[in-house]
Design a protein around this ligand. Structure first.
Ligand SMILES: Cc1cc2nc3c(=O)[nH]c(=O)nc-3n(C[C@H](O)[C@H](O)[C@H](O)COP(=O)(O)OP(=O)(O)OC[C@H]3O[C@@H](n4cnc5c(N)ncnc54)[C@H](O)[C@@H]3O)c2cc1C
Length: 260
């Protein structure tokens, strides 16, 4: 039987990064909603867990002087669903958060843990594409930021390097407008079979992303341009065809590739 991992609960980001860099086979843990299930199933056996939820810098949603929004990686799904700063085109993020699982998981899971987990049925990734987010990463000694489109590399695989963690998400200043997240799942609160995230500015600019149809959300500048030039049933159909050409769905317990 595997031995229990050591648990570290650092209070600062610096401390967390030092532990991750200096402890063999250490893994970050945030809400634990996915990681504990993977450990219980014997899929992963980390020697040490480094909890990220007691580090103030990683939690909460902040407005910056230029109007952009910083969402800390350890911010819980329920906090994102309820945050009034996520208005205008950024509302898509709160709308997606409100549809994740049930109340218990929304009070436990974090946006950083979800995105690092990179399950293709997750709700945040398409919404982060629709707001054109940048992922902020930190390791010892350096920090870096990646456009969300460069973060997902393959099925359950991200650009995270060993010892590196997601520290937050930078959302460009939202425009007046709205954001919508439509999820098709077997039952309410289940992972998405297919989902669509859309941000729609009052000036007509649209950004769309589709979840569940490949290792990463499907997004295309061409589809965005079509929807931005005129929002009609015809442009929606044509944008859908552009995105469908990028799809690489697989069969899983929630649905077949053909159904998706
Ligand atoms: C019953 C159930 C139903 C669910 N339904 C949905 C749903 O409908 N929609 C949906 O989107 N999600 C759903 N989820 C997943 C949920 O959103 C999880 O919270 C999320 O996948 C993981 O977040 P976490 O904070 O718990 O991460 P953890 O479980 O703590 O970690 C997950 C992985 O990410 C790594 N990690 C954690 N934090 C970081 C970080 N900051 N930087 C780098 N790596 C990190 C861990 O090492 C681990 O590999 C569900 C989960 C459960 C248990």
């Amino acid at each position: 039987m595997p031995s229990s991992p050591s648990l570290f609960r650092p209070r600062t980001l610096d401390e967390a990064l030092d532990i991750l860099a200096g402890t063999p086979d250490a893994r970050p843990i945030s809400g634990g909603a996915s990681l504990v299930a993977m450990m219980n199933a014997g899929l992963v056996e980390p020697a040490a867990l480094v909890s990220l939820t007691r580090i103030p810098e990683l939690s909460g949603i902040r407005l910056t002087a230029d109007g952009s929004i910083l969402v800390g990686a350890a911010t819980r799904h329920s906090a994102i669903a309820a945050d009034k700063a996520l208005g205008g085109t950024a509302a898509v993020l709160a709308h997606a958060a409100s549809q994740i699982a049930g109340t218990a998981v929304r009070n436990m899971g974090t946006i950083g843990g979800a995105v690092a987990h990179a399950d293709p049925g997750l709700d945040f990734p398409p919404a982060l594409f629709a707001v054109d987010a940048r992922v902020q990463l930190a390791a010892k000694p350096a920090r870096r930021a990646l456009p969300i489109g460069d973060f997902f590399v393959d099925w359950y695989t991200t650009a995270l390097e060993p010892g590196e963690i997601v520290i937050g998400f930078e959302i460009p200043k939202p425009k007046p407008g709205d954001g919508f997240y439509l999820k098709h799942a077997r039952v309410s609160g289940d992972f998405a079979i297919v989902s669509i995230a859309l941000s729609l500015a009052d000036d007509g600019e649209a950004r769309v992303a589709v979840g569940g149809c490949g290792p990463a959300p499907l997004a295309s500048a061409e589809a965005d341009l079509m929807l931005s030039s005129s929002l009609s049933a015809d442009t929606a159909r044509r944008a859908g065809e552009v995105l469908m050409a990028l799809a690489n769905p697989v069969d899983d317990v929630r649905g077949t590739a053909e159904y998706r």
